[in-house]
Structures are given as structure tokens and as C-alpha cells.
Design a protein around this ligand. Structure first.
Ligand SMILES: [Zn+2]
Length: 298
């Protein structure tokens, strides 16, 4: 394909992304409030005035209205243009990575579902299981027709459900409850159906890494608020020594320093986890999303 045609298609993919992002904002908002997705027309949550069509242009309207409602000047959440831009980027990445193929459409559907579930999970710790079920069905169909890997897709689905249910039920051993919600099982099953068994294992590994991105800062912040500075200082020293080992000096001394600090840090973390009363909230769906998108694009 010549570069001009390619850029032309990319342009329209971006426009589609913006429009769908605008639609996803509505889906996120209404799946939290249990309203119909199609009716009624969008209105300002503060003054209830119905929005005019030109108030609904993705990103452009937000900039034009300077982030305020046209009627009552109430601030509009930055979430709206952000979701639109993120959706645009996801669609564009899918097109750049896969071209105009079924893989591209699959990537678009996958990242859209994950984005919506991530936002509702982050906002209200609520995930619409129907979206996960729909994604699982798409994964099965995609693997049947495009990859001719239907069985692998089924194995992935089963493995995702079984692994997450087992992990969730370990919660009963430690405290009186599931370690995390049922929605996470649905999402893992859907990802298994999308990526197959081996893909799922890799995605779960990336998910584990991604969850650290959320959990470590939250844990350190909590420790700092409790006046527990030692753990934060030790963590910074550990990161610095890791950087030092990686970039400046690689010998047994710098390695020993790294291991020693890591050992002290893990002892302190374990000691503090024991005295922690409220459980640390694990944002699993956002971690799943990061893991799955990393697997999809890289
Ligand atoms: Zn208003």
C-alpha cells in the first residue's frame, strides 16, 4: 500500500477511534448507573440540559467549551476527552500493527472492552460481566475462523476461569472471603478465549508485573502516611542500587549490595504486611488490561 493511502486510512481509523471513545464514555457512565445505552440523549449531569449535537464532538467540543458545560458552566470531567484520545490511540496502534485485517478488528474489540471495564473498575470497583462474556465469545469466534485454533481457545477459557477461581478462593483460607471479585474470573476466562492457553499464561505473567505498578506506590504511600519512613527510604536505596548495578558497575560487591538491600526490604515489607489491617486493594482489571495490551502489541 502506498504511504498516501496508508495515512488516509490511518486518519479515518483515528476519527473512528474518537467517535467510539465518545460512545465508550456513555457506556462507562451508564453501566455504572444502569441506564440504557441508547436512550435518552446525553445531558449535563448538573443542570440536566440536553446537549446539542455540536456539544458532542469528541475532544473538539471539550476544547471549544474550555471544559465547561455550555449552559451552567459546570466543569466537565477531563475523563471524557482522555477516553476519546486513548481510544483513538488504541485503534491507531491496532491499525499500524495489523493493517486492515481481521486481527486489527479483533484488537480493536479487545482493547475497547478492556478500556471500558478498566474505567468502571477504577471508578467504582464495578465491572460489567456481560462485557467480559461478550469478549470471551468474540475470542472463541476469532480463534475458530481466523486462527483455526478453537480448541486452544477453549482450553485458554477454562484455564483462565479455573486459575482465577482457585486464586480467589485462597482468600477463604486467609480471611473469610474471596481474595477478589467474580468479575476478575470472567475477565481471565475471556482473555484465555482470546489468546489461547500459552498466550494466557504469558498475559497472566505480564498482569502480575503490571499489578506491581499499581500496588507498590499504593503500599509505599500508605507506609509513609503511617510515619513508616524506613521502608520508603530502603525502597529508594534498593532502586538506586539496582540502577547502579545495571549501568555503572557490575561486580560481586555491587551485586551483593543489591541483594542485601532487597533482602532487608522484603523482610520489612513482610513485617508490615502482617500488621496491616485493611487489605490492600488490588486493581486486577487494570492490570489485566495492561498485561493483555502489552501481549497484543509487543
Ligand atoms: Zn450543565
Amino acid at each position: 500500500m502506498d504511504p498516501f493511502t496508508n495515512n488516509y486510512i490511518l486518519f479515518w481509523v483515528c476519527i473512528f477511534g474518537l467517535c467510539f471513545g465518545s460512545f465508550f464514555n456513555v457506556v462507562i457512565l451508564r453501566s455504572l448507573s444502569n441506564e440504557s445505552i441508547v436512550f435518552p440523549a446525553s445531558k449535563c449531569p448538573k443542570c440536566n440540559n440536553k446537549l446539542k449535537p455540536w456539544h458532542n464532538i469528541p475532544v473538539v467540543s471539550y476544547l471549544f467549551l474550555r471544559g465547561k458545560c455550555a449552559f451552567c458552566k459546570e466543569k466537565i470531567s477531563i475523563q471524557y476527552p482522555l477516553i476519546e484520545l486513548v481510544t483513538m490511540l488504541l485503534f491507531a496502534f491496532c491499525y499500524i500493527k495489523f493493517g486492515l485485517t481481521w486481527n486489527c478488528l479483533f484488537g480493536v474489540i479487545l482493547s475497547s472492552c478492556l478500556l471500558i471495564m478498566t474505567m468502571t473498575d477504577l471508578k467504582e470497583k464495578l465491572v460489567d460481566c456481560n462485557i467480559a462474556i461478550g469478549l470471551g465469545v468474540v475470542g472463541l469466534i476469532y480463534n475458530y475462523f481466523v486462527n483455526s485454533a478453537f480448541l486452544d481457545s477453549v482450553y485458554g477459557l477454562l484455564a483462565g476461569v479455573v486459575i482465577m477461581e482457585l486464586l480467589a478462593r485462597i482468600g477463604y483460607l486467609i480471611s473469610k472471603g474471596r481474595a477478589f471479585g467474580e468479575a476478575d474470573t470472567y475477565v481471565a476466562g475471556a482473555l484465555g478465549a482470546c489468546f489461547g492457553l500459552v498466550g494466557l499464561i504469558q498475559v497472566l505473567f505480564y498482569t502480575l508485573l503490571a499489578s506491581m505498578v499499581f500496588v507498590i506506590p499504593m503500599f509505599l504511600y500508605r507506609q509513609l502516611r503511617k510515619g513508616n519512613r524506613a521502608i520508603c527510604i530502603l525502597f529508594i536505596l534498593f532502586i538506586l542500587s539496582a540502577l547502579f548495578y545495571k549501568t555503572v558497575l557490575q561486580n560481586w560487591y555491587s551485586f551483593g549490595l543489591l541483594v542485601g538491600l532487597g533482602f532487608m526490604l522484603s523482610l520489612l515489607v513482610l513485617k508490615n504486611l502482617k500488621t496491616e489491617h485493611e487489605p490492600l486493594y488490588l486493581p486486577l482489571v487494570p492490570s489485566f488490561t495492561l498485561g493483555a495490551l502489552y501481549f497484543l502489541f509487543f
